[in-house]
Every structure is written in structure tokens, then in C-alpha cells.
Design a protein around this ligand. Structure first.
Ligand code: UDP
Length: 369
């Protein structure tokens, strides 16, 4: 049985690799799972939900870690892992430090590398930071590229990747979403008042490094203005555990009856919250990809995006961190049915829920060659 090592470390990687790992098991590959521990607590909930039990657990997370220290710690740990065992292939996902270093470890150990969610490009070295460069570096070490869309395939072709090694699959985040929405669900007590409020819920996530400080304060100011202006609206904001974010949120948004702040939600709670929302404001990559499947418009709190397909299909709108723009676009969507329908009429450009199987079939063909 061919042995495939799946490497992940953060919440979005777990969500996006879980369906691929399940597909590998179902298709006769031996999936070995390595968790770097880059995210720990929020990752554990996902692992339980997807019933994934990592075979190798590294514990690289430290408080106040820098990119330098994180990078060297992960790489040192990988050396031990790759000295201990040989794999037929390594699979990494996306744009994290774990993904880039997983691909690098594959290269150092002369193990073929597959890259899931390959080829997205913002073409801005520092936005998203350091993800844009992580994804490029992972790509340059990759043997088998799995771009989610035709556009991401073209990005790889422009960079000289051999077309034979590129397979467009759709994004596995949609596989995970469609699977998880079928699971039984009951809202926790803390969310029931929000879900039953009868208000139009505005779901917010904001955690990008580029936005910390003044830009994020502008976003929060806009949120206050929106709920004040649209009386039947309510903000639901799971706050990222980063201390920078928590500080600003507490200063600006605390104690408003129609702003519900909470810790990061479990994946099931989050996708059900999205389903019950009217509108999503987010700087998250995964959320931009998921929301169109639930027919929810997204105002993207970033100046550039490596996911322009949703802009073209109408499902996303870039509003950056300009408070006036965020306010006017959000109010428009909350009050103008025509504008709302325009953003929700097209199918999701990011996937159809069958990406994982395509990926595993390509990996099997590659390994059998
Ligand atoms: N998500 C979650 N709980 C939350 C916020 C987000 O489970 O409170 C999920 C969401 O459904 C999406 C993923 O986390 O699949 C996005 O992760 P994140 O925003 O951390 O990373 P990015 O997508 O920007 O890389």
C-alpha cells in the first residue's frame, strides 16, 4: 500500500485536507497524518469533528512566537520525521508556514510533493503576509499541483509549470462544507439568542496581520455605524484569539446590545451561523470560498485578493478597510433586495464538492506511473 503523508497545522488546512484524507482511506492509500500544532486548541475541535487522529503530533506552538522561530522549529522537527520513515508522497495544503515547510522537507528528502489549493496569487508580496510567498514557495517545490479553479491553473502555467502536472479540482473546502452541513446540529445556548433574534445577522471575521491597528479600528467603527443605522440588524463576531484583535475589539465594540462578540466558533457552529446570516464581512480566505455555496454575499475586508473568481461571479465585493465604503455597501445589501439578488444569483466558482476524489485519483495515477 502506498504511504501518503498529509501535513497540516492550522484550522483552514484541517478543514480543507479532512475530506482528502477521508478519500485517500476510501481509495486504498495509506494516509499518515502529521499535525504540526501551529494552531492547537481550535484545531482539536476540528479533528474531533472530522474524526482524524494524527499519527504524528508536533508541538511547535509557543506564545509570542515569531515567523523566524516557528519556521526553524517546524523544520527541525520535520528532519526527525523524515529520517524516521520514508513516504511515497507528501500532501500539503494552501499557504501556511506548515505547507511551505512540508514541501521543503519533501524536497530535501526527495519525496514527491502534492500541493492542494495551488496557484492562487494576489501578486502582492506582502498581502497576504506571509501567505502569498508561502504558497509560491510551496508551489516551486511541488510535483503535482491541484489548483481549485481555471484561473489558478493559468497562474501556474504563466510561471512555467508543466501542464501535465496540473489538475484543476475545485476547492476541497466545499467538500467539507457540504459534508458537515448534513450532520445533525443543535445550536449551543450561547448562540440561540442570536439565531432566534429575528434580526438580519451580519457575520464578521477579521484576523489578517495586514489589518492590525488603524485599518482594523476603521472596520470596527463601520460595524457600529451599520448596526446603529439598520435597526433590524445584528453583528455576530467570533473574535480571533490574537491579542491585537482582542484589544481593539474590546475597546470599540463591547457593550452594544446588537453586537454579539464570542470566541472562535467550532466549525459546525460557524457554518450554521453563516447559513443563518444575511451578510458576511470577512478577511478570511476560506470564508470567501464557502459563503457563495450558501448564497451569502461577502464584503471582503482586504485591499487585494488571491481569490478574484468570486469578484467576477458577483459573490464577493472588495471593500478593504475603508469605513465609509464598508458602511455604504453593507447598508445597501441589508436594505436593497435587487443589490442582494445580484450578488447571490450565480453558482459558487470555487467548487462543486467533489474536489477530494479528483485529487486522490490523480495522486494514485501519479504513484502508479
Ligand atoms: N471558521 C470556523 N470558526 C470561526 C471562523 C472560521 O470554523 O470562528 C472556519 C471557516 O468555516 C473556514 C475557516 O475556518 O473554513 C477559515 O479559517 P481562517 O479564516 O482562519 O483562515 P483562512 O481561510 O483565511 O486561511
Amino acid at each position: 500500500m502506498k504511504k501518503v503523508l498529509f501535513i497540516f497545522g492550522t484550522r483552514p488546512e484541517i478543514i480543507k485536507l479532512a475530506p482528502v484524507i477521508k478519500a485517500a482511506d476510501g481509495e486504498g492509500l495509506r494516509a499518515v497524518v502529521l499535525h504540526t500544532g501551529q494552531h492547537r486548541e481550535i484545531a482539536d475541535e476540528m479533528l474531533r469533528l472530522f474524526q482524524i487522529h494524527p499519527d504524528i503530533n508536533l508541538d511547535v506552538m509557543r506564545s509570542n512566537q515569531t515567523l523566524f522561530s516557528l519556521t526553524s522549529r517546524i523544520l527541525e522537527n520535520f528532519e526527525r520525521v523524515f529520517n524516521a520513515e520514508k513516504y511515497d508522497m507528501i500532501v500539503v495544503q494552501g499557504d501556511t508556514t506548515s505547507a511551505f515547510l512540508g514541501a521543503l522537507a519533501g524536497y530535501y528528502s526527495k519525496t514527491p510533493v502534492a500541493h492542494v489549493e495551488a496557484g492562487l496569487r494576489s501578486n502582492d508580496k506582502f498581502s497576504p503576509f506571509p501567505e502569498e510567498i508561502n504558497r509560491r514557495l510551496a508551489g516551486s517545490l511541488t510535483d503535482l499541483h491541484f489548483p481549485p479553479t481555471e484561473l489558478s491553473r493559468k497562474n501556474l502555467l504563466k510561471e512555467g509549470v508543466n501542464p501535465k502536472n496540473i489538475h484543476v479540482t475545485g476547492n476541497t473546502v466545499i467538500d467539507a462544507l457540504l459534508w458537515a452541513l448534513k450532520l445533525p446540529y443543535e445550536a449551543p445556548d450561547a448562540l440561540k439568542p442570536v439565531f432566534k433574534s429575528g434580526k438580519k445577522i451580519i457575520l464578521v471575521t477579521s484576523h489578517r496581520r495586514e489589518s492590525f491597528g488603524e485599518p482594523q479600528r476603521r472596520v470596527f467603527k463601520a460595524l457600529l455605524e451599520i448596526v446603529e443605522f439598520v435597526e433590524n440588524s445584528m453583528v455576530l463576531f467570533p473574535v480571533h484569539p490574537n491579542p491585537n484583535v482582542i484589544k481593539e475589539v474590546s475597546e470599540i465594540l463591547k457593550n452594544h446590545s446588537r453586537i454579539h462578540l464570542c470566541s472562535p466558533l467550532g466549525y459546525l457552529d460557524f457554518i450554521h451561523a453563516m447559513e443563518k446570516s444575511e451578510l458576511v464581512l470577512s478577511d478570511s480566505g476560506g470564508v470567501q470560498e464557502e459563503a457563495p455555496s450558501l448564497k451569502k454575499p461577502v464584503l471582503v475586508l482586504r485591499d487585494v485578493t488571491e481569490r478574484p473568481e468570486g469578484l467576477d461571479s458577483g459573490a464577493l465585493k472588495l471593500v478593504g478597510t475603508d469605513d465609509e465604503k464598508i458602511f455604504s455597501e453593507a447598508v445597501k445589501l441589508l436594505t436593497d433586495k435587487g443589490a442582494y439578488a445580484e450578488m447571490t444569483k450565480n453558482p459558487n466558482p470555487y467548487g462543486d464538492g467533489r474536489a477530494s476524489l479528483r485529487i486522490i485519483k490523480s495522486i494514485k495515477l501519479f504513484l502508479d506511473e
